[in-house]
Design a protein around this ligand. Structure first.
Ligand code: BGC
Length: 701
């Protein structure tokens, strides 16, 4: 740094792009300093593999499918594939993972998130980040914070009016885990405005919480073309502007000269970026990869298939229709557009290309072999599809819904044609399996009329292989829902217009507070169609002998439980532990605080030990501005779904235990330096979204 000129320092804190890019290429780049051997730093999407229309990469299942595996080991391998392919392409920063909470299943980017629960999101995001960074690539966890909708995004109308307790307990924990547990190198701030201050110029979020309280040593990058209030963003804690220099660059230079932003702040920005680059190995071991290199491998493909299969959730299975019995299933009708050209990837910056997608039809044909007759129809004519289904032993109807960045859904329904198709096929053949390819929850009006339902999410390029493995029972479906599927839109916790997507002049009222996802259904006693954490299996499990012990010195709680595979097949189950708090804590009825995925042979039993540290019993005390564990009885529920918790026990905390103290309330961002009036004319994110529109529907090259 000593040898860097001010111009070089200024160049290090912004992207090199001019105008709006739509060609395949890095999403952004920072120029290197060749005379000091500092290489350029390339940034690219995204959470489900290498995005940005770059080819020669593996199209992994969407992150929501990874979350549905509830398997941190798979998440670590998933992250390592993202990292390895990014590095192979010369990318220094992978813009991943997306850890925003699914506050509402209408969110267009729900597919690239890890679901509605902060603990599940943290537990999956941590190994993803470790996996990425194990490949000498910096992970950039995104988007800090309270970025939960596309409607009005990057405008003042998308102003999350959210209290500190909800931020601390629901929207920030995954970022906290990324910093403290995964040691993430960088953070992307969000398009959203939080309590009146744009997230990327929000001193409370970027400096007070992230950098001071959490001691985050890395750098914060703006979301692309985020509408920022001038150089005050730098003073508030933003370290790098992307993808161009419209906000920093000459304006920041002038602000420093005029004393509105300190030179020390610029040095801090540069130090943070360089430190992470050195620590990750980008300077000592620069990637030799280029954007044109083919970085796919057989191992990456295998991982893609494994995640797709393990993340598939069995939602219904009447009369054990699945797995297909080879002695009885001699013919299969595969119906629906998704059968041939499935909804295998979401849209927007998280889109990952592939030219080797295995369609469901291909996968089923391959697995069924020559002795089974496989017929197919795109399903555009429900009558024809029904006739085809009637002439087969079983019908597989593939229906989906396209999620994409820049758009929210207004409802939870599949389109009318898809629902009509399911109805027609189910009426023709009771042995109908519906396969959903959706990014989040949808409603299933035909549920009682179909034999089986699988949620396959956006399964990526190994779609057909993974689906066939589940249909034929080579893989026991062990995925569990990372989001609640409501019975109707009226039941979602953010059901009013004031809550979603907000009303003019009032922002978005996060008035449901902590009651997000299953917390909200439990609190209001609303029965969802499919509960968070649920998912059927081809085998069955029993839970017995729960034992709970709490160490009075450390506050740690140890929980042991016997899990037995009581069915006839090998399979995995996810042992889930939910805590119920004493009423004085004011918490939702039950919250996920630990889980373990366990594979058992039929008839086998295992003792599963889980541990809760003291923070698992804490809540955010808004008055004292710190976390606290209230004295009282804590209920420990264990089972394999948020609505199936067959064993429980109580542990008592005899006195209230204080947690860490938050820094005192901070000064308003405008007072922190910089200038809100020096904003430059930047291309609006709206224009970027339009340019990005080529990506906003699933791409099948
Ligand atoms: C998205 C980010 C993404 C960036 C770069 C933005 O539209 O919100 O998640 O990383 O574009 O493509």
């Amino acid at each position: 740094m000593k040898r860097m000129t001010r111009a070089e320092r200024l160049t290090m804190v912004h992207g090199t792009v001019t105008g709006i890019v739509t060609e395949p290429g890095y999403a952004g780049s920072v120029a290197g300093v060749p005379r000091l051997c500092i290489p350029p730093l390339h940034l690219a999407d995204g959470p489900g593999g290498v995005g940005d229309l770059i080819s020669g990469v593996t199209q992994l299942p969407a992150p929501v499918a990874l979350a549905a595996t509830w398997d941190p080991g798979l998440a670590r391998r998933y992250g390592a594939v993202v990292g390895a392919e990014a590095r192979g392409k010369g990318i220094g920063v992978a813009l991943a993972p997306t850890v925003n909470i699914v506050r509402d299943p209408r969110w267009g980017r729900a597919f690239e998130s890890l679901g509605e629960d902060p603990y599940l999101t943290s537990t999956i995001a941590t190994p993803v980040i470790e996996g990425i960074q194990s490949q000498r690539v910096i992970a950039q966890v995104k988007h800090l914070a309270a970025y939960n909708q596309e409607t009005n995004r990057d405008t003042a109308a998308d102003d999350a009016i959210v209290d500190e307790r909800a931020l601390r307990e629901i929207y920030l924990p995954a970022f906290d885990a990324a910093v403290h547990r995964a040691h993430v190198g960088s953070v992307m701030c969000a398009y959203s405005t939080v309590n009146g201050v744009p997230a990327c110029a929000n001193q409370v979020l970027l400096t007070d919480v992230l950098k001071r309280e959490w001691r985050f040593p890395g750098f914060v990058t703006s979301d692309w073309y985020a509408d920022l209030p001038g150089t005050s963003a730098a003073a508030a804690g933003l370290d790098m502007q992307m993808p161009d220099n419209c906000m920093f660059g000459p304006a920041l230079d002038a602000a420093i000269t005029a004393g509105r932003v300190s030179g020390a702040r610029l040095d801090d920005m540069v130090r943070r970026i360089l430190t992470v680059m050195f620590a990750t190995g980008i300077v000592d071991h620069p990637s030799r990869g280029t954007i044109g290199d083919d970085v796919r491998t057989a191992a990456h493909r295998t991982l893609a298939r494994e995640v797709a299969a393990e993340g598939t959730v069995l939602l219904r299975n009447e009369h054990a229709l699945l797995p297909f019995d080879p002695t009885r299933v001699r013919s299969i009708a595969v119906v629906g557009a998704a059968g041939a050209d499935s909804f295998h990837v979401g849209g927007g910056s998280a889109t990952v290309l592939s030219n080797e997608v295995v369609s469901p039809l291909q996968g089923i044909q391959e697995r069924a072999g020559a002795s089974v007759r496989v017929t197919s129809s795109l399903g555009t004519d429900p009558g024809r599809a029904a006739a085809l289904a009637a002439s087969a032993d079983v019908a597989v109807v593939m229906v989906g819904r396209a999620d994409a960045e820049s758009h929210d859904h207004t409802a939870l329904d599949l389109d009318r044609a898809a629902n009509r198709l399911v109805d027609a096929v189910a009426a023709a053949n009771p042995n109908t399996v519906v396969v959903l390819d959706t990014g989040s929850a949808v409603v299933t009006p035909w549920l009682d009329r179909v034999g089986a339902v699988l949620e396959a999410w956006y399964p990526g390029q190994e779609d057909g292989h993974a689906l066939a493995a589940v249909l034929f029972g080579d893989v026991n479906p062990s995925g569990k829902l990372p989001v609640t599927f409501p019975a109707s839109l009226a039941d979602v916790p953010a059901a009013t217009a004031a809550q979603w997507p907000g009303t003019t002049g009032n922002g978005v009222a996060y008035s449901e507070g902590l009651q997000v996802g299953y917390r909200g259904y439990d609190a209001r006693d609303v029965t969802p169609q499919f509960a968070f954490g649920s998912g059927l299996s081809y085998t069955t499990f029993a839970f017995r002998r729960l034992q709970v012990t709490r160490s009075t010195s450390t506050g740690r709680v140890k929980v042991g439980v016997d899990v037995t595979n009581t069915g006839g097949r090998a399979g995995a189950d996810v042992v889930q532990l939910y805590v119920g708090y004493p009423s004085s804590a004011g918490e939702p009825p039950r919250q996920l605080r630990a889980f373990r995925r366990i594979r058992l042979a039929p008839g086998h039993r295992a003792r599963v030990n889980l541990q809760l540290d003291a923070s698992a019993l804490s809540h955010w005390d808004s008055r004292r501005r710190r976390s606290t564990a209230s004295a009282g009885d804590y209920e420990i529920f264990v089972g394999d779904a948020s609505n199936h918790l067959p064993v429980h026990a109580t542990t008592r905390l005899t006195r209230t235990r204080p947690g860490t103290r938050a820094p005192s309330p901070s000064a308003p961002p405008a007072a922190a330096g910089g200038d809100a009036s020096d904003r430059q004319r930047c291309p609006a994110d709206g224009a970027f979204a339009m340019a990005n529109g080529v990506l906003s529907t699933p791409v099948t090259p």
